[in-house]
Design a protein around this ligand. Structure first.
Ligand SMILES: [Zn+2]
Ligand SMILES: [Zn+2]
Length: 208
C-alpha cells in the first residue's frame, strides 16, 4: 500500500503539491496553510524540492509543519518532497534520510535531456518502480521531451496503475487533454495539484 492511499478521501479536497520559501516558493508554511483554509481545502502537502545533498534546513521545514499542525488542527498537513529523476536509470535525487522523514513522495522530470521516446519510457518505468513514489508530478514536463502517441499514453498509464502511482493533473503544467482523457478511460487515479509557489498560486484550487 502506498502512503497516498491513506488520504484517498482527500484527493478531491486536498492539494498534494505546494512549495514554500524553504526552496523556490515565496511564502511560509503558515501562510500557505492559512490560504488553504480560506480555500476550504482539507489537506495540504508540502512537497518541497529535495536533492541527495540538501541545500536548506530540512529539519526546520519539518518543525514548521509540526507547529502548523498544532495551529491548524482541522487541516491535514503533510510533509512531502518532490524529487527529480536524475538520469536514464530512473534514480531519484533524494536521500534515504529524507525518505524516512516525509510521507508523500512526488517524482518529476525537471530539465531532463530530450531523448528517443523508447528510452524515455524505460526511464519513466524504472522511476515508477521506486517503492516510495506516490505521485508522478506534472507529466507535461516529460511529454515535451519527445513525441508520444496515444498507444504510448496507454502503456504509461497502465504502468502507473500497476505501480499504484497517482498521476498529477497539474494546474501549473497542464497535461495534454488527450492524455487526461486516456487516464479517465483506463481508470487511473488523478490528483489535481496547484504546484503553488505562493499564496496567489494556491488560490487557483478554490474551485476544487
Ligand atoms: Zn516540479
Ligand atoms: Zn513542484
Amino acid at each position: 500500500m502506498k502512503n497516498w492511499e491513506r488520504y484517498r478521501d482527500c484527493l478531491e479536497t486536498g492539494d498534494f503539491h505546494v512549495h514554500t520559501s524553504y526552496t523556490d516558493g515565496s511564502n511560509s508554511v503558515k501562510e500557505m496553510c492559512e490560504q488553504a483554509i480560506q480555500n476550504g481545502l482539507r489537506l495540504i502537502c508540502f512537497s518541497e524540492h529535495v536533492r541527495r545533498v540538501l541545500f536548506y534546513n530540512h529539519d526546520g521545514f519539518l518543525s514548521d509543519i509540526q507547529e502548523a499542525r498544532q495551529l491548524y488542527p482541522r487541516l491535514k498537513i503533510l510533509a512531502g518532497c518532490e524529487a527529480k529523476v536524475l538520469d536514464s536509470s530512473g534514480s531519484l535525487d533524494v536521500s534515504r534520510d529524507v525518505l524516512e522523514k516525509v510521507e508523500i513522495v512526488i517524482a518529476s522530470f525537471h530539465d531532463f535531456p530530450a531523448a528517443p521516446k523508447d528510452g524515455l519510457i524505460r526511464t519513466l518505468f524504472s522511476a515508477l518502480k521506486h517503492p516510495r513514489i506516490d505521485i508522478w508530478g506534472h507529466p507535461a514536463t516529460f511529454f515535451k521531451l519527445a513525441d508520444f502517441t496515444t498507444a504510448d499514453y496507454h502503456s504509461i498509464i497502465r504502468e502507473c496503475i500497476m505501480r499504484h502511482v497517482l498521476i498529477e493533473d497539474s494546474l501549473k503544467y497542464p497535461s495534454p487533454p488527450s492524455f487526461l482523457d486516456a487516464c479517465r478511460e483506463l481508470g487511473a487515479t488523478l490528483v489535481t495539484d496547484s504546484d503553488a509557489h505562493c499564496i496567489e498560486d494556491l488560490k487557483l484550487v478554490t474551485s476544487k
